[in-house]
Design a protein around this ligand. Structure first.
Ligand code: PLP
Length: 555
C-alpha cells in the first residue's frame, strides 16, 4: 500500500472514536433515511404564540397536546414511536390478512425461536408458546387476572397478608412496603364499592412498570418493588442499577414462598431510569426462584438494550455477541411478557410467552387454555391476537433488526450523548444514563429554591418546554403521587421519585434534534427561579391522574 494511503488511514482511524460534538462527526449513523416526514406542516419552531394558545386550551396536559403542533422533539414516549425500516415496510405490504393462522403467525413463531433460543419451540401441537395481544398491558391484564382467579381458590385457607404470622419474620422495611401496597389495594376496592377483600399474595420485582403495577393491584395482589441498594443510593459508579435486591427476595421467599405466585424482572428497569439488569442478577434470581418452585418471568420490553449493556459491562461478555446473550438471558426464565412497541420495533403489538416444561405452565396447568379463551373473548383469534396479519410480519423483521450490534451501539449511544450534553450544562440527570430515556431530576433542578410538592414544578417545566416546541413527560410527584382528600395534602411516591423523562423514539431523530432540546432545557435551567408554580384545575384526586388532569400557572 502507498505510504500516503497508510498515513491517511491512520489519521482517519484516529477520528473514529472521537467524542461527537454538535456538527463534528466522523462516524456516520448506521442507517440513512428512506422516507422523511416534514414536521412543521402546522407549526414552525417560531410559532410560540400558537403553541401557548393550544397548551392553555388543553390545560397544559402534554398527552392532550396535538402532535402536529410539535416542531421539535416528541419525547413523550419511546413506545410505538419507532420509525420502521424499509425491510419492515416491505414485510408489512406482504401481510396475510387471513382470519386463522395467517402466514405471519408462523413466521413470527420461527423468529421467536431464532431470537430467544430453542427452548421457546413448541413441543406439543396442542401446547402453544406464544400468546399475542394488541399491546403489552393487555398481556399483563390477562395474565394477572387469570392467575389471581386461580389464587383465589388456592389461597382460601391462607390468612390475609397483613395479619399472617409470617410477616413477623420479614424485615420492618419489607413489612412497611407490603402494608402500604395493601392499603392502596384497599383504597381501590373502596372506590370500586365491592367491599373489602383479603389480600394474600405478593409479586416482587426489581421495579414494576406503572401499568404492570396497576394490573397486579387490580387483581388484588401486592406489587412489591425490591430495587438493589445501589439503585436506592443513586450510586453512579454501579453499572447495573436495574438489579433486584436478591437478599430481600430470598428473605421473602424463605418466609413464605406460598405467598409469591410469580417473580418478575423488568429488563431494562424502566421505572428505575432505564437501567440494565446483569446476567449475574438474572441467574441469581433464577436459582432462588427454582429452589422455591416459583415461576420467574421477564417484563422483556427492552431485552435487546439490556443485552447490549451486558455485552458492554459484564466481565466475559464482550466477545459473546448480542444474539448469544439474549438466548442466555431467556434461558433463565419460565415465561415473559413483552410490549413489542419497544424492542419489537413496531408501532403496535404485545405478547405473553410460556416456556415448554417451565414452571409457569407447571404451576398453572390451566393457564394456557384460559389465556386462549381470553384471547378469543377480547382480542380475536389467538393466531392474530388483536393485531393485523401484516403487523406480525413487521414484528418478525423488527426482532431481526433490534439485535444488530451497530443498531444498538447507535441507539444507546445517542441517548447517552444527549444525556451527557445536558449534564455538561449542569442539568441534573439520572446517571448512568439509561438506554431509552434521559431522566431529569426535578428535585435537584430546583435545588435550593425551596420548592413544595404542591407547586408541581415538574409540570411547569414540561409546559414551558411545550412552548419551546418539545414534548417531555413528568414522571414524579404528580404522576406517581396522590392527593388525600381527607387532609387536602399531597402524598409523594415512596420511595421518592421526581423526574421529567425525555424518552427517545427509536430511529426517529438525529442528534441535531436532541441537541435542540438541550438548548431549551439549558435556558429553563439558567432561569429556573422564573418558572412559576402550577395549580391543578381538574383531576388532582383522580387515579392515573397525569393522563387526565388539566393545569394552569399560578399568577
Ligand atoms: C411499555 C411497557 C409496558 C406496557 O406495554 P404497552 O405496550 O405500552 O401496553 C410494560 N412494561 C414495561 C417495562 C413497559 O415499558
Amino acid at each position: 500500500m502507498h505510504e500516503s494511503i497508510k498515513f491517511f488511514i491512520d489519521k482517519f482511524r484516529e477520528l473514529i472514536d472521537i467524542e461527537p460534538v454538535p456538527g463534528r462527526y466522523f462516524r456516520p449513523r448506521p442507517y440513512k433515511n428512506a422516507a422523511v416526514c416534514f414536521r412543521n406542516r402546522d407549526c414552525s419552531i417560531e410559532d410560540f404564540d400558537a403553541r401557548v394558545e393550544i397548551a392553555e386550551r388543553t390545560g397544559f396536559n402534554v398527552f392532550m397536546f396535538p402532535s402536529n403542533m410539535i416542531p421539535g422533539c416528541d419525547l413523550l414516549s419511546d413506545s410505538g414511536t419507532t420509525t420502521m425500516t424499509m425491510k419492515q415496510w416491505a414485510q408489512m405490504l406482504q401481510g396475510d390478512e387471513a382470519y386463522g393462522s395467517n402466514e405471519g403467525f408462523q413466521e413470527l413463531k420461527d423468529q421467536i425461536v431464532e431470537t430467544f433460543g430453542p427452548q421457546w419451540t413448541q413441543q406439543d401441537p396442542e401446547k402453544e408458546v406464544l400468546f399475542l395481544f394488541h399491546q403489552g398491558r393487555a398481556a399483563e391484564h390477562a395474565l394477572f387476572t387469570l392467575v389471581s382467579r386461580e389464587l383465589a381458590v388456592r389461597g382460601e385457607d391462607l390468612a390475609p397478608l397483613a395479619e399472617a404470622s409470617w410477616m413477623g419474620g420479614v424485615s420492618p422495611e419489607l413489612r412497611r412496603a407490603i402494608s402500604e401496597a395493601t392499603e392502596s389495594i384497599h383504597r381501590r376496592i373502596g372506590r370500586r364499592g365491592t367491599g373489602p377483600k383479603d389480600v394474600k399474595f405478593v409479586i416482587p420485582s426489581n421495579g414494576h412498570f406503572d401499568t404492570t403495577q396497576e394490573n397486579i393491584e387490580d387483581s388484588l395482589i401486592v406489587p412489591l418493588n425490591l430495587p438493589c441498594s445501589e439503585h436506592l443510593a443513586k450510586d453512579q459508579s454501579f453499572f447495573f442499577r436495574g438489579n433486584i435486591d436478591v437478599d430481600k427476595l430470598k428473605l421473602l421467599l424463605d418466609r413464605g414462598a406460598d405467598r409469591v405466585p410469580l417473580i418478575y424482572l423488568t429488563i431494562t428497569n424502566n421505572t428505575g431510569g432505564g437501567q440494565p439488569v446483569s446476567i449475574e442478577n438474572i441467574a441469581a434470581v433464577a436459582a432462588v426462584a427454582r429452589e422455591h418452585g416459583v415461576p420467574f418471568l421477564f417484563d422483556a420490553c427492552r431485552f435487546a438494550e439490556n443485552a447490549w449493556y451486558i455485552m458492554q459491562r459484564e466481565p466475559g461478555y464482550r466477545e459473546k455477541g448480542i444474539r448469544h446473550i439474549v438466548r442466555e438471558m431467556f434461558g433463565h426464565v419460565d415465561g415473559f411478557h413483552i410490549s413489542l412497541k419497544k424492542d419489537g420495533l413496531v408501532n403496535m403489538g404485545g405478547g405473553l410467552l410460556m416456556k415448554p416444561g417451565g414452571l409457569l405452565e407447571g404451576k398453572y396447568p390451566d393457564l394456557r387454555d384460559k389465556l386462549t379463551d381470553w384471547q378469543i373473548m377480547v382480542e380475536g383469534h389467538p393466531t392474530y391476537g388483536g393485531l393485523a396479519g401484516r403487523d406480525l410480519k413487521g414484528v418478525a423483521e423488527g426482532l431481526r433488526t433490534v439485535v444488530r450490534k451497530e443498531y444498538l451501539d447507535h441507539r444507546i449511544g445517542q441517548v447517552e450523548v444527549f444525556g451527557r450534553r445536558l449534564h455538561e450544562h449542569g442539568i441534573p440527570v439520572a446517571r448512568p444514563i439509561g438506554g431509552h430515556a434521559v431522566y431529569i431530576d426535578v428535585d435537584e433542578f430546583f435545588d435550593a429554591h425551596n420548592v413544595k410538592d404542591e407547586e408541581f414544578k415538574g409540570l411547569a417545566f414540561t409546559a414551558l418546554l411545550l412552548v419551546a416546541g418539545h414534548r417531555l413527560c413528568e414522571l414524579g410527584v404528580f404522576a406517581f403521587g396522590r392527593y388525600d382528600p381527607s387532609t387536602g395534602a399531597e402524598i409523594p411516591p415512596s420511595p421518592r421519585v421526581n423526574y421529567v423523562r425525555a424518552a427517545v423514539p427509536r430511529l426517529a431523530y438525529e442528534d441535531q434534534d436532541l441537541f435542540s432540546v438541550v438548548e431549551a432545557v439549558r435556558v429553563l435551567h439558567e432561569h429556573r427561579d422564573r418558572i412559576p408554580a402550577v395549580r391543578v384545575k381538574y383531576g388532582q384526586d383522580l387515579t392515573l391522574r397525569h393522563f387526565k388532569s388539566r393545569f394552569a400557572f399560578v399568577d
